[in-house]
Design a protein around this ligand. Structure first.
Ligand code: PLP
Length: 363
């Protein structure tokens, strides 16, 4: 027996973990700093840790009230009705719910290239086809309505990532509005704000009042430091919000994650400190890295280093794990997550040495 034809599907390639790399190189994981997955170097909020400990003895019960409480808290935070908040297992789970709710077999989605690989993956899981729009390095990965609309051909879902992963660029709010108003009536625009807390532009969530062809995805994985728990959500228009009940996987967002997210949501100081720290690190990378970097609205920067695979490999042997963006179609760049001050300084030191050895391309 065989599964269905999966030849168009690609496996997700995550940033390598410190333990994994340590085993491979025979190093101690403590000697490695992982700056390859845009995680929060300050960890989760202490309040979230306490909530996780409190929830542990209760995990024999299905998550029901915790899910409802988190949904209500998010609705209040964003001034939405509770039905408009689709809590999910990571923002990736929310992308799946949107695929389930919108894709019929053979319909097409439009995703950025370079871009986050889960958009095409989710579409294909749900029997959709994938077209791409190009963000060009020559254009500094600018995200304008035209970059999307030039490639747009009536797709059912159009994905926008702002701040963009891996480039870091943002789409201005007025441009999101223009895009929403330019696409056909049947097209859903998904604005992925996985890095929204770090961004300069305000969230697109407030546009839901006036636009019913928009969904905004958010996550607790990045600024809230809860990546290991898999918790995120989509904010959707009131008019079709009841689809959630028909597409969600029962109890997919787990008890511990819901409780931790609720606690994290109340700890504004932790988020603020995390965002301030990332802003400092972005600046430091821009100023100190001997490589071209692009202005970033996220907790990472993209740096043009020449042979990314060689640079990432050499940096790893010196204890700094960065993301080689070859799999994003950028074999000359690495993406470096914002670390603590100490980690960020060390990363710059190592990368500058390595780039000097391996060589940067001629400008
Ligand atoms: C990290 C990330 C996500 C979602 O991550 P989850 O851990 O599934 O919440 C979504 N989109 C982009 C662009 C990301 O970088």
């Amino acid at each position: 027996m065989q599964p269905r034809d999966l030849s168009a599907h690609e496996a997700y390639v995550p940033g390598r973990g410190a333990e994994e790399v340590a085993r491979e190189l025979g190093m101690d994981p403590d000697e490695l700093t992982k700056l390859s997955s845009n995680e929060n170097p300050h960890g989760p909020s202490p309040d979230a840790v306490a909530a996780i400990e409190d929830a542990a003895p209760e995990v024999h019960v299905y998550p029901k009230t915790s899910h409802a409480d988190l949904t209500d808290a998010l609705a209040e935070r964003w001034d939405l009705a509770s039905e408009q908040v689709w809590v999910s297992a990571g923002a990736d789970g929310a992308l799946d719910y949107l695929s389930r709710a919108f894709l019929e077999p053979g319909v097409r989605v439009l995703a950025p290239e370079p871009g986050f690989s889960y958009y095409p993956m989710s579409a294909r899981y749900h029997h959709g086809d994938v077209a791409t729009y190009h963000l060009s390095k020559a254009d500094d990965f600018a995200q304008t309505p035209e970059t999307v609309l030039d490639a747009y051909d009536g797709e059912r879902i159009v994905y926008v990532t702002t701040p963009h992963n891996p480039a870091g660029t943002e789409m201005a709010r007025a441009d999101v509005v223009e895009l929403l108003e330019s696409v056909a009536d049947h097209t859903l625009v998904v604005v992925d704000e996985a890095y929204g807390e770090y961004a300069r532009e305000p969230s697109a969530i407030s546009l839901l009042d006036d636009h019913d062809n928009l969904a905004v995805t958010r996550t607790f994985s990045k600024a809230y430091g809860l990546a290991g728990l898999r918790i995120g959500y989509a904010a959707v228009p009131e008019s079709w919000a009841d689809a959630y009940a028909r597409v969600n996987t029962p109890f997919a967002a787990n008890e511990v994650a819901c409780r931790a997210a609720l606690a994290a949501l109340s700890d504004d100081d932790h988020v603020e400190r995390s965002v301030d720290s990332a802003e400092w690190a972005r600046r430091y990378f821009h100023d100190e890295l001997d490589a071209k970097t692009w202005p970033s609205g996220g907790n990472f920067v993209l740096a043009e280093v020449g042979d990314a695979t060689a640079v990432a490999e050499a940096a790893k042997r010196r204890g700094i794990i960065v993301r080689d963006t070859s799999s994003f179609g950028l074999p000359e760049c690495v993406r470096v997550s914002c670390g603590t001050r100490e980690q960020t300084k060390r990363a710059v030191e190592v990368l500058n040495d390595v780039v000097a050895d391996v060589g940067v391309p001629e400008a």
